[in-house]
Design a protein around this ligand. Sequence first.
Ligand code: CU
Length: 531
Amino acid sequence: MVGATRALGPVVTLSRRDALRLLGAGALGTFAAAATTSTSGCSLLGSGSPEPRLLASEGPLPAPFRVPLPVPAVAKPVRTDATTDYYDLSPRVAEQEILPGLRTRIWGYAGRFPGPTIEARSGRRVVVHQTNELPVPVVTHLHGGRTPAASDGYPTDLLLPSHGDFPGRMEDPRANVARGSRGYDFPMDQRAAALWYHDHRMDFTAPQVWRGLAGMCFVRDDEEDALPLPRGEQEVPLLICDRAFDADGTLRYPALDPDLRAEPGVREAYAGGVFGDVVLVNGAPWPSLDVSTRRYRFRILNASNARRYELSLDPVPHGGPAFVQIGGDGGLLEHPLARSTLTLAPAERLDVVVDFAGCPVGTTVLLRNSAAEGPAGRVMRFRVVRKERDETSVPPRLSRIERLDPARAVATRDLSFESGDVHGHSGWTINGDPFDPTRASARPRFGSTEVWRLTSDVAHPVHLHLVHFQVLTIDGERPAADLGWKDTVDLRPAQTVEIIARFDGYRGRYAFHCHNLEHEDMAMMGNFEVV
Ligand SMILES: [Cu+2]
């Protein structure tokens, strides 16, 4: 195993109560039995598997392809002025028909799962106001946003419930805790890209996203608008996530505290991450979309807690590659790429065009997931229902991307994402350290460029807040294809990936972490401070 020879940090001898204090509501020690040690000396999770585990639904699964693909509503500003659009996306409890004929209680922004889509313009400020109507604290992070630290949704910057008394004491001395309401200020000073917003509450992100706290946000700009790409009804967001349900439609999740108030974490068997057996696209199980014989642009987000997808089309529309990739996490690529398969780790986005022109009316095309067998092996279906002319195209040049030069990097850092000791229990660590809000792994000077060498034991999708980066090497080799600007990189087991980033935009404290949300909640997070 990679990193096996590196000693873990000193064993922290805090009592459980001290650990709770240090990490606010957090305990982190909850999935632990004694850690075992492999022959290579690498600390492994106790009796829990280091791999994600399937949480099966109770009762029959819904029949696939019966529900039309819903498209999340576009958020309506409550107010606009010359520079800014103001939204209210207050999280609250709601009931929604996810499985046909059943009501599911969700936690949603504006009471919806997925949350309303924010349509933003590069350089035009967005302010999101929230009143927390939920019974627990929330924190909202705009993933992929270049956001001032105060609005970036740092995990201890809790927004406490607007009613009831929540004992939300944070021992992070810099925590900015609010009660009831707060605003998030997003300058959107960035290029066109598909972002998403989701909960980021310390120790409880995984169950709160699972319950529905996620939505998409598109930033648009003139460069993208000038391209002859499919738009309007032919540009379709696909927010993909897996969930498990009880027979009555209730969402299942193996939380130790089902009320998500005091004790964080999941049952030990799920310490590697939680898989569901129902794949939802835009909140609907295995939906179906009627299309015409033309190009569609799909803005795909993997909003799953732990599941990674390998997407393919069956059959591949006649005459084409399955997908033409035009963008990734951080916006358009320089040139389109023909792709037969799309891989998406948690939190990654892909921007692709699919051309149904070669499909006779009546054709059905499955979007498969070859990374799974059984129910999670399929995602949704397209049904070609009419002939239509198409004046769109994918030009050979999409954008220009500045290449960050490793010779300009002022620091190279090694960060090992591995299982390890979390306050006396087994958990997920970075360089052997569990998350500590008071310690920075890096203090890059504003505007400086650094290379980070990320190493994994098992799979870890690593996400940096604030910055977008470029992937220099994967296990020493340059990436086979251009990945464009990224904010999340899909670290496969026992892999080393070098990324390069320029730390500009804003000064302050930002998080970086594994985006397997169960790993994140179990301490696989660090800080960098732009100074
Ligand atoms: Cu991880």
